[in-house]
Design a protein around this ligand. Structure first.
Ligand code: C2E
Ligand code: MG
Ligand code: MG
Length: 658
């Protein structure tokens, strides 16, 4: 009874076993076709011997049936071995039923043969042969098939019970004792089967849970938790796999995608908005990734797409599609945000390269895309390596430039044509690089803007420029260039106020020059910052007017005090009628808006005449003075140089540096 109860409990447990574990257990039935073949062969041989020795037709037929069933079972085991794992697992229940039917048939036939041999044949040796075969089979099978206990117990009972019945019918004490011993044997084997099953089940369940856990960890270790995309590790493994496979030329392309100005979003709108932005960007990028591609976030605002089977041409087209994804603003918290991306492209494989190098190349190409101006893509070219190294080196040394006192301000006077007085001097930064000599701001300011160092540099320029201007006559203003991106950062206002307070310079004496690219994204933040700067009394100047996003409507909206007409118009003013007409139009429109105009880049007397004729209020350029160090400017201002008459060269100091 106790055995039956335990059997019942185990059956319940067996019903609840995970599908994968059950599949493994079914696999144990077919695990060793050779042991199955040995059983079938022994059973067939013994039954053939008994059948042939006894000349009993029933036993002969039984022997034939045993051989046939045995052969079918061996064939089935071999078929199972040759079936692929997925198919086996999908049809595990069918395989199990089939095995069960074969096993029980074989056992029942063996049992029947033993029973008939003992009850119908007088030959004691045949009795022995039948009885030992059956008992051995029953003992072996209890262990072999314990993974599926119902099958094992069925086989045990069907094979050994007929022997017990035959012995019980023997009619003497020896037979009865043997029958009793056989019952005990069956019970003991049953117990052993159940016990073995429990141990096997426990081990397999544990192994399965462990495998599942490992699989889950592996999955988690490959996912970027913020966006749900793959992470750097997963992409690298994919790329490694692809490179291992070889894949021939142009087997895939890597696109390194980076959000433009993400740092500004994070700094000004806060990290939660930044995170949300990254999630929305991930969604957009996912819309171009196909199932065979791998899209990953590399941390921060960098995404990498490994596009399978995409050659150079297709990669360029894909990059264009990605850039196009950001033509429409992104909706974040109900507000729409204009974002653009830059993309570096490298096509896999460049023979003999590993994943790290390819990723580095894609990163280099991205760096170049950023340098070309954002919202663009760039393909990797070997020449980039040298240029990139130089840029990286410059970036590193620029970080130390302020503390090493390598930065200096030069000043270039701006002359008012009406009063013939210098009314303002523009502060222009110079970098004395320890090995490269004087580095132009055209080279390092964009770099500083990309790396965010521009904030510190501007704070330093403001402090220096205000301090210098405080020593000048108080009707001469100082103009400081402000990168448009800084208008989105709250700390700009603080830098301006600190510089004014520290120097004691009245705010009215400070001009802030902003290039007209500021209008490119007509953002609320820039607008607010410009208003705040005006409120503290600083004057706003629109620099390089005419080069980009010229709009006089914006001039009015942002209430600029001055526009500087870009040197490209002044340069062509003599021979190019269009340039002249543009300057003319700008000057007259500015006059109606009561905005002052300054012509930049005046290099010749004739250019000076022209802009004067057209009504420009002020001029700046090499014809008047190169940008000069603070000390030289002080001398110049001390001389109180004025412009006496038309065409006279002015403010010239004997120096050539710029
Ligand atoms: P910008 O603000 O338009 O400054 C005028 C540039 O034109 C200066 O170049 C000046 O040296 C040059 N220039 C002046 N007169 C003439 C002329 O007659 N002919 C020619 N060919 N050029 C003339 P620089 O100093 O190399 O500065 C280049 C740009 O770098 C500036 O253009 C400005 O956008 C930026 N920059 C300079 N200093 C700073 C700074 O402190 N902060 C920021 N954010 N940008 C700066
Ligand atoms: Mg300027
Ligand atoms: Mg300018």
């Amino acid at each position: 009874m106790a055995v039956l109860g335990r059997w019942q409990r185990l059956r319940d447990v067996d019903q609840r076993v995970a599908r994968e574990v059950r599949q493994l257990l079914v696999g144990t039935l077919f695990a060793s076709p050779s042991s199955l073949a040995a059983g079938a062969l022994t059973g067939s041989m013994i039954s053939a011997i008994i059948g042939l020795s006894s000349h009993d037709h029933v036993l002969i037929y039984l022997g034939a049936a045993i051989s046939l069933v045995g052969a079918v079972r061996v064939a089935a085991a071999m078929a199972y071995r040759d079936t692929n794992e997925e198919e086996r697992n999908a049809r595990a229940a069918v395989w199990e039923r089939f095995y069960e039917f074969g096993a029980w048939s074989f056992a029942a036939l063996l049992g029947l043969m033993t029973y008939l041999t003992i009850t119908r044949e007088p030959n004691f040796q045949l009795h022995m042969l039948a009885a030992t075969t059956t008992t051995g089979y029953a003992a072996g099978i209890s262990g072999r098939n314990a993974g599926r206990p119902a099958i094992a117990i069925g086989q045990l009972s069907l094979a050994a019970a007929p022997l017990t019945i035959a012995l019980a019918q023997g009619g003497n004490l020896a037979c009865w004792t043997l029958a009793f011993a056989n019952v005990l044997f069956i019970l003991a084997m049953l117990e052993i089967t159940l016990q073995t099953y429990r141990v096997v089940l426990k081990a397999m369940t544990a192994a399965h849970s462990q495998a599942q856990l490992a699989q889950r960890f592996e999955r988690l270790a490959q996912i970027d938790s913020l966006t749900g995309l793959r992470n750097r590790f997963a992409l690298k493994s994919n790329l490694d796999r692809l490179l291992e496979l070889g894949g021939g030329a142009d087997s895939a392309s890597l696109l390194w995608i980076d959000l433009d100005r993400f740092k500004e979003v994070n700094d000004t709108l806060g990290h939660p908005v930044g995170d949300q932005l990254l999630r929305v960007v991930a969604e957009r990028l996912q819309s171009v990734a196909r199932t065979q591609d791998c899209l990953a976030r590399f941390g921060g605002d960098e995404f990498v797409l490994l596009a399978a089977g995409v050659d150079r041409r297709a990669a360029r087209a894909l990059a264009d599609r990605i850039l196009g994804l950001f033509n429409t603003p992104l909706l974040i918290d109900g507000a729409s945000l204009h974002v653009s991306v830059s993309i570096g492209i490298v096509t896999v494989p460049h023979a003999g390269l590993d994943a790290e190098i390819l990723l580095k190349y894609a990163d280099m190409a991205l760096y170049h895309a950023k340098a070309m101006g954002r919202n663009s893509s760039c393909e990797f070219e070997p020449a980039m390596q040298h240029k990139l190294m130089q840029m990286r080196e410059t970036e590193q040394s620029l970080r130390l430039a302020i503390e090493r006192h390598e930065l200096e301000l030069y000043y270039q006077p701006i002359l008012n044509l009406g009063s013939s007085q210098v009314t303002c001097c523009e502060a222009l930064i110079r970098w004395h690089h320890p090995t490269r000599g004087l580095v132009s701001p055209v080279e390092f300011i964009p770099l500083a803007e990309r790396t965010g160092q521009i904030a510190d540099i501007t704070a330093w320029v403001l402090t220096e420029a205000c301090r210098a201007a405080k020593t000048w006559p108080n009707d001469i203003r100082v103009a400081v260039n402000i990168s448009p991106m800084l208008l989105k950062r709250a700390d700009l206002l603080q830098s301006v106020m600190s510089a004014l307070i520290a120097s004691g310079l009245p705010a009215q004496q400070l001009e802030l020059e902003i290039t007209e690219t500021v209008f490119m994204d007509d953002s609320e933040q820039s607008n607010t910052m410009l208003k705040a700067l005006r409120r503290i009394g600083a004057r706003l100047v629109l620099d390089d007017f005419g080069t980009g996003y010229s709009s006089l409507a914006y001039l009015h909206k942002y209430a600029f005090d001055k526009i500087k007409i870009d040197s490209s118009f002044v340069r062509n003013i003599e021979e190019n009628r269009t340039a002249r007409a543009i300057v003319n139009a700008v000057v007259s429109l500015a006059r109606t808006l009561e905005v002052e105009t300054v012509a930049e880049g005046v290099e010749t007397a004739s250019q000076l005449d022209q802009v004067r004729e057209l009504g420009c209020a002020g001029v700046q350029g090499f014809f008047l003075s190169m940008p000069i160090p603070a000390a030289e400017l002080a001398v110049l201002l001390d001389q109180g140089v004025v412009v006496p008459a038309k065409r006279a060269p002015m403010l010239r100091l004997a120096r050539n540096a710029s």
